[in-house]
Design a protein around this ligand. Structure first.
Ligand code: GLN
Length: 274
């Protein structure tokens, strides 16, 4: 299989993603030929079978995207064609159907994940931290014991709510203050519908914050019972992480994602042949 994977390169940590994607592809002998490209124009996006939206600043990214006339093509890529897309941090914000702490007119979303994200969730005092994260999706028969992932959180969002799926816009989100909602776009062809899923899967949570807050108020929370903040989700072939796997030397998530992309591209080819 030949596949071109783009990384949106308008702002943020795009270079780091390309390096880790190359590293992941080099250590995996699937027989597929990968090309990794920086994407700044609709023409470059057109060449891509899959896309990464990096971390950075989601407001800036969406403004530059709108000015570069690539915002609508990005929405088509994710929501109409439903090609595999992965957003990290600011990229996750752009992929959310609804985002909190966002001034109207200041930020536009791409959408694709039926979730509401809370921007800058961890606040200013802990703007940046690293936490060892259990990522059960990295565990496989070849890798039965995957050590915790060194997750870097920088003014990170979390998924605060999983929204019910419907094809239109998330209308119940529209009336909320400081909340921006993505415009509606519907998956059209058979391959796109096949790559869509109604349910959002929670792939990872970060426990501990509720317990720490409770402790600072003199209360006690049983950490076993704490659900934790949602920091990785997937809906069909759209994937989002709150943290920045591109800022560690660890290519495990990139390897996992390239496997998902390979399956998805093969499936699309099969459906298109029918
Ligand atoms: N807080 C940033 C935003 O709103 C995201 C931060 C990041 O990508 N590290 O876009």
């Amino acid at each position: 299989m030949n596949a071109t994977v783009g990384v949106l390169a308008l702002q943020g940590a795009f270079y780091e993603h390309i390096q880790l994607l190359k590293q992941a592809a080099a250590t995996w002998s699937s027989g597929s030929q990968w090309e990794f490209i920086e994407v700044r124009t609709p023409q470059e996006l057109e060449r891509c079978d899959a896309l990464v939206l990096p971390g950075g600043e989601s407001t800036t990214m969406s403004l530059v995207a709108a000015r570069s006339n690539i915002l609508e093509p990005l929405r088509d890529f994710v929501k109409v064609h439903r090609k595999p897309t992965w957003g990290t941090c600011a990229g996750l914000i752009l992929l959310a159907e609804s985002a909190n702490r966002t001034k109207k007119g200041g930020q536009e979303l791409i959408g694709g994940l039926d979730v509401r994200v809370n921007r800058n969730h961890f606040g200013r005092q802990t703007e940046s931290f690293q936490a060892p994260l259990d990522l059960p999706f990295l565990t496989s028969s070849e890798e039965p014991q995957s050590p915790p992932f060194p997750a870097v959180f920088i003014r990170a969002p979390i998924v605060e709510k999983i929204l019910p799926h419907h094809d239109g816009i998330q209308t119940e989100e529209i009336g909320r203050d400081e909340t921006v909602v993505a415009p509606s776009k519907v998956a059209k062809d058979a391959a796109a519908r096949d790559a869509m899923a109604n349910d959002v899967e929670v792939l990872a949570t970060l426990p501990g914050r509720a317990a720490r807050l409770a402790a600072s108020n003199g209360a006690h929370i049983n950490p076993e019972k704490e659900a934790g903040d949602i920091v990785a989700v997937r809906q069909g072939n759209v994937f989002g992480t709150s943290f920045h796997p591109e800022l560690t030397g660890d290519a495990r998530i990139h390897s996992w994602w390239l496997r998902q992309v390979e399956e998805s591209v093969k499936r699309r080819h099969e459906i298109e042949k029918r």
